[in-house]
Ligand binder design. Structure first.
Ligand SMILES: Cc1cc2nc3c(=O)[nH]c(=O)nc-3n(C[C@H](O)[C@H](O)[C@H](O)COP(=O)(O)OP(=O)(O)OC[C@H]3O[C@@H](n4cnc5c(N)ncnc54)[C@H](O)[C@@H]3O)c2cc1C
Length: 642
């Protein structure tokens, strides 16, 4: 056992006693962020306990060690453990997801709690002025399932061209190669998508991740229809679904829940695998670095902080790093894999000089608020929302569109410029809005107050306008040599001025929502929100909307790219870290270019495909879909239509 400092105790404390472990972690790393001190009352609930936890002991060894049980890591660990001869350890810094994760409508209560890493991201100077201190809370799930246990549950996969773009950077990731894996993970329960062969071809009912749409109440159906009609008036056609052959258009979105239960990767992959003797899960165990032999450059294990001490666990075959876009690059850099200049600042010896932490990009969002009719009735609808917590308490419409006005090279013509989410909020929901605005959005008082005021007696539509393919790039950097300290997240939004140009055009287009029949009938108007930095610019001018887009910008929390695949990146097309043996990265960080849509499904797809590659590289071909598909045309067709 490796002991440092007199405070480090030699004895192993059972991981099951996590209260004790956490209080000891707080004692040791008092200043390091371990999540805010929130009540633990849910974490022992039986509805989501995964029982095969393990007390890992110093010096133990496993064939595969998977670091992080998020959207990708849980998939990889579960799939690898399908091979009985593989001995798999999954290491997770958090514990079981609480009921507030499992019940879909309660996801807003998770950020800022102990189930969140509570990291902060920063804007560049002069950007995001509506956020105090230029800081954005950047929630990351710290529990089994990772962000899939805390996210907003939207199920979206992007367009084929997104993956053709990946394939040009890292061969093997084209649409034909990834579609079988999207289908492998998907358990579609919305039978409407099987009505046309073109849509049916893209879906499957067999996968573990359950996908559905919101239960439509009579009142919400009326709202859905009115909003979708309004979008159609703007030239955004109604489509059957946004994961179909044509994603441009608006629809009621798909979600990763079914029957009142979130389908996180913890629920979909780990729960069914929990009794496998060859899959062990170590909870409340934080990996501090990957052990790499400096002579052979082979990864041979990990160093973990758990139960008040540092221990080492060894891998016989591979270490798979799935700690996410923020923590995977951090762990690599602490292990001596990263930009030499950056590592030398902290006295970390560089084993391999790679662009770790660079190429960070994200889906940035701009909030737009449309004021509708006066509403005593809508206030009642708000109150009636509570019993709907097993779905979501508000109607949501979503879609994708391209602008006619922007340059055809931004992005290429097969990808949409924007995604949008429209949530209808009845009058007098100001308190809930204030929670969302301040706690989740980290907007300043003036902005949130003006939003609340707008909603006091009026229904509103909150539209999140999402820039799909930003050209700007940010980066993840170490703050210190302490592996328990969060890294710096520089969002880098609008570093490329083209992004601002397109964003402002998008805002102006979206504002025409208020000119549609419904809003004209009820006398609707654009809300005038208080935006720091734009006070002196005449409201409604082009200059104003540019300023608005620049300073109200936020994140859809889709950060990718920091251990990018590709020859110029950090991993190759089989996700092996360049020049290191026995080490892969499998999570959102390997995504080289962000897809057109939300990232959870693409990351789960990456997990599915990676698991097959790893199996094949270790002589197990049981899961190799691609081989089956390409053997003959008929089996391809049959498989697609199942
Ligand atoms: C609040 C929120 C809302 C979102 N909404 C949506 C949405 O509606 N739809 C959508 O498609 N996407 C959404 N996303 C994005 C999507 O969920 C993520 O892109 C995706 O889950 C990332 O998966 P990952 O495997 O890369 O990382 P994660 O899921 O974050 O997994 C990383 C795991 O590693 C663990 N870990 C990290 N460091 C260590 C360490 N040192 N030692 C041990 N374990 C460690 C973490 O605790 C975590 O469990 C949202 C994200 C957030 C945070």
């Amino acid at each position: 056992m490796w002991v440092i400092g007199k405070e480090w105790r030699m004895s192993l404390i059972k991981l099951s006693n996590h209260d004790q472990v956490r209080s000891q972690e707080r004692k040791l790393y008092g200043s390091a962020p371990q999540g805010k001190n929130h009540s633990d009352r849910f974490s022992r609930s039986s509805i989501c306990t995964f029982i095969n936890l393990l007390s890992v002991s110093d010096g133990q060894s496993f064939d595969f060690i998977v670091v992080g049980s998020g959207s990708a890591g849980a998939v990889v660990a579960a799939r690898l453990s399908e091979v009985p001869s593989f001995n798999v350890l999954l290491i997770e810094a958090g514990g079981d997801p609480p009921p507030t994760s499992v019940i879909p409508g309660l996801f807003v209560t998770l950020p800022g709690t102990e189930y969140d890493w509570n990291v902060e991201a920063q804007f560049d100077k002069g950007v995001g002025l509506a956020h105090p201190g230029g800081i954005l809370n950047y929630p990351r799930g710290k529990m089994l399932g990772g962000c899939s246990s805390t996210n907003f549950l939207i199920y979206s996969r992007g367009v084929p061209e997104d993956y053709e773009e990946w394939n040009r950077i890292a061969p093997g990731w084209d649409w034909e190669s990834v579609l079988p894996y999207f289908k492998k993970l998907e358990g579609m329960t919305d039978m409407s998508v099987f009505k046309t062969p073109q849509n049916a071809y893209l879906h499957s009912t067999d996968g573990p991740v359950k996908v559905s749409r919101l239960v439509t109440l009579k009142s919400t159906a009326i709202i859905d229809n009115i909003r979708l009609d309004s979008y159609e008036e703007m030239g955004i056609q109604k489509v059957l679904e946004n994961n179909g052959p044509e994603i441009e258009g608006a629809s009621r979105p798909h979600f990763t829940f079914y029957n009142g239960r979130r389908s996180s990767t913890a629920e979909a992959y780990l729960r069914p695998a929990k009794d496998r003797p060859n899959l062990k899960v170590a909870k409340f165990a934080t990996v501090t670095k990957i052990l790499v032999d400096p002579l052979t450059l082979r990864a041979y294990g990990v160093e973990i902080f758990t139960s008040n001490k540092l221990i080492k666990i060894y891998s016989k075959k591979e270490v798979i790093l799935s700690a996410g876009t923020i923590n995977s690059p951090k762990i690599l850099m602490h292990s001596g894999i990263g930009p030499r200049e950056e590592l030398s600042k902290f006295g970390i010896k560089t084993l391999i000089n790679l662009p770790v932490g660079q190429n960070f990009h994200d889906h940035q969002t701009i909030p737009l608020v449309f004021k509708g009719k006066l509403g005593i009735l809508t206030a009642v609808q708000n109150m009636a929302a509570a019993p709907q917590l097993d779905t979501l308490p508000v109607p949501v419409q979503a879609g994708f569109f391209r602008l006619n006005t922007s340059s055809s090279s931004y992005p290429n013509k097969y990808q949409p410029h924007f995604q949008f989410f429209n949530t209808y909020v009845g009058a007098a929901a100001s308190v809930l809005l204030a929670i969302g605005c301040k706690t989740l959005g980290n907007f300043d008082q003036a902005f949130c107050w003006s939003l609340g005021k707008t909603n006091a007696v009026n229904e509103i539509d909150n539209v999140l306008l999402v820039l799909m393919h930003p050209l700007s790039r940010g980066e993840i950097r170490l703050k210190s040599k302490n592996p328990m300290e969060d890294p710096t997240i520089n969002l880098g939004y609008y570093r490329n001025e083209y992004d601002l140009l397109v964003a402002a055009e998008g805002v102006k287009f979206m504002n025409t929502f208020i000119n549609t029949t419904y809003f004209r009938k009820v006398g609707g108007s654009l809300a005038r929100l208080s935006v720091r930095g734009c006070e002196h610019i005449p409201w409604g001018t082009d200059e104003y909307w540019r300023c608005y887009a620049k300073n109200t910008v936020s994140s859809l929390l889709h950060g990718v790219g920091t251990c990018s695949m590709g020859r110029q990146g950090v991993v190759d097309e089989r996700l092996r870290v360049h020049n290191v043996d026995g080490l892969r990265v499998v999570d959102a960080s390997v995504i080289p270019m962000i897809p057109s849509g939300n990232t959870n499904a693409p990351v789960m797809m990456v997990g599915e495909k990676a698991a097959d590659m790893i199996k094949a590289d270790h002589n197990d071909h049981s899961g190799n879909l691609k081989q089956v598909l390409y053997d003959d045309e008929d089996s391809l067709r049959t498989w697609y239509y199942i």
